[in-house]
Design a protein around this ligand. Structure first.
Ligand SMILES: Cc1ncc(COP(=O)(O)O)c(C=O)c1O
Length: 439
């Protein structure tokens, strides 16, 4: 399998062998195997990037759909972001002390997202969702947390299932779950656990679970139901924030205001950032010595000046790009329409999901069940092997991504889109026969 890929990635293979002697599974983030070991192969080791493309250490070029876990909406190698990092680096890269870029970045974020009455910065999204949950527990005096199945909020113990697979419905610590876009499932959870719930955490668009947008009225519905029970609503906008528009999506696109929200990824253009923030009365529990508060917040690398400087440069550029956002979202939407037309024509048991620039392509469960409403309908989540093999063939076609694809950036071209469609059709043709649906 993947003989062409293996023949042209010898340096990556050598690095992979070495990496396996150092890191469990060869990686420091489980996703970064990109499923390649299933194909008896290894991920490419990336040496550099530009715009919407990256190159591996053997010199092979890829259309990058992964875009640093969807962080680089401006593309790789953005001159303004690089300059901001370089300038800050010249005068000291971190002091572990209050710094001016932190205040300026916070100000810009608050202008873009007025829901952030108060906020805190961390170095990762996982920390920010962890602290948001801690604050919700402190504020409500309850411990149970509800989350949607297939929602990914980082690897912290507050929101990660303590079992093999994050998409299983086995309860996590002090947690219960519901099916996204399914009011009955949500109601069942509330009926059983409503009195004990501190908060519901949900991504406005389910990310890793399949790029699934909310159905009309779903987020306002959970807003209403949580408000009437004094359960806090936390929107995890770590993917959607600054990706679909300049600011957040939950309130401005889908019509529901959370009590707390988290940001990261696109807001700092590839530098390590997490943000948690929202209602002042809740956030004030994070103040040192707050009455009724508890220790919330820390992190040697929080408010890192390089991240703050990069974030400022990112926001400065994104702010003036309303039309560009429209163009990018339209490009993603039209790609998905064409992709799904192509998949139907090929009679392939896959589906393209997403919204705007967020685009995934996943295997369906045996019966094609469209439209996709919940992560559980996507077979790829449960038949990892089939999805991984498809992923491997995409890599061989020079398309770099995970969960099928990932996200477009402002630098991707129409040609990239055409090449991706062609690459996907070729990957499907190469899939072992048994895994293709018969006509
Ligand atoms: C929606 C969402 N929340 C939280 C996280 C965790 O962020 P990080 O990987 O920066 O810890 C991720 C990461 O993929 C994410 O997609």
């Amino acid at each position: 399998m993947l003989e062409e890929y293996k023949a042209r990635t010898k340096k990556s293979e050598a690095l992979w062998k070495k990496a396996n002697t150092l890191f469990p599974g060869g990686v420091s983030h489980n996703i970064r195997t990109f499923g390649m070991p299933t194909c008896d192969a290894y991920p490419p080791y990336i040496s550099h990037g530009d715009g919407g493309h990256i190159w591996d250490v053997d010199g092979n070029e890829y259309i990058d759909w992964w875009m640093t876990h969807y962080s680089l909406i401006l593309g790789h190698n953005d001159p303004a972001v690089k300059k901001a990092i370089r300038d800050q680096n010249e005068i000291g890269h971190h002091f572990g002390a209050p710094n001016e870029p932190q205040v300026r970045f916070g100000e810009q974020l608050q202008k873009a997202v007025p829901l952030l009455e108060k906020m805190r910065f961390t170095a990762t999204g996982s920390e920010s969702t962890m602290y948001a949950v801690r604050l919700a527990r402190l504020f409500t005096g309850r411990s149970l947390i509800g989350k949607s199945l297939g929602g990914w909020h980082g690897g912290n113990d507050a929101l990660t299932y303590h079992i093999k697979h994050p998409f299983s419905d086995t309860p996590f610590y002090d947690g219960v779950s519901f099916d996204y876009n399914d009011r009955e499932s949500f109601d069942r959870m509330l009926k059983k656990h409503g009195r004990d719930l501190a908060a519901i955490v949900v991504e406005p668009v389910i990310g890793a679970g399949g790029g699934i947008p909310p159905e009309d009225g779903f987020l306002p519905y959970i807003r209403e139901e949580t408000s009437s029970r004094d359960i806090l609503l936390i929107f995890d906008e770590i993917i959607t924030g600054f990706r679909l528009r300049y600011g957040t999506a939950g309130d401005k696109i889908f019509g529901a205001e959370p009590d707390l929200l988290t940001l990261g990824k696109a807001a700092a253009g590839g530098m390590p950032l997490g943000v948690y923030g929202g209602r002042e009365d809740i956030m004030s529990l994070a103040e040192p010595g707050a009455e009724g508060g508890r220790w919330v917040g820390g992190g040697t690398f929080s408010s890192h000046p390089l991240t703050m400087a990069a974030g400022l440069a990112v926001l400065e550029q994104l702010k003036s790009r309303d039309d560009e956002y429209k163009r990018l979202n339209a490009m993603g939407d039209s790609f998905r329409t064409r992709l799904n037309d192509m998949l139907q024509e090929m009679n392939a048991p896959l589906i393209g999901t997403g919204i705007g620039s967020i685009n995934f392509v996943s295997y369906l469960k045996l019966k094609p069940n469209r439209p996709i409403r919940t992560p559980g309908q996507l077979g790829g989540l449960f038949s990892a092997r089939q999805q991984d093999i498809f992923q491997g063939y995409l890599m061989q076609e020079g398309i770099f991504g995970y969960h099928g694809l990932g996200a477009l950036c402002f630098k991707h071209s129409k040609e990239d889109v055409e090449k991706t469609l062609l690459g996907i059709s070729q990957a499907i043709e190469r899939m072992p026969k048994m895994e293709r649906k018969s006509k």
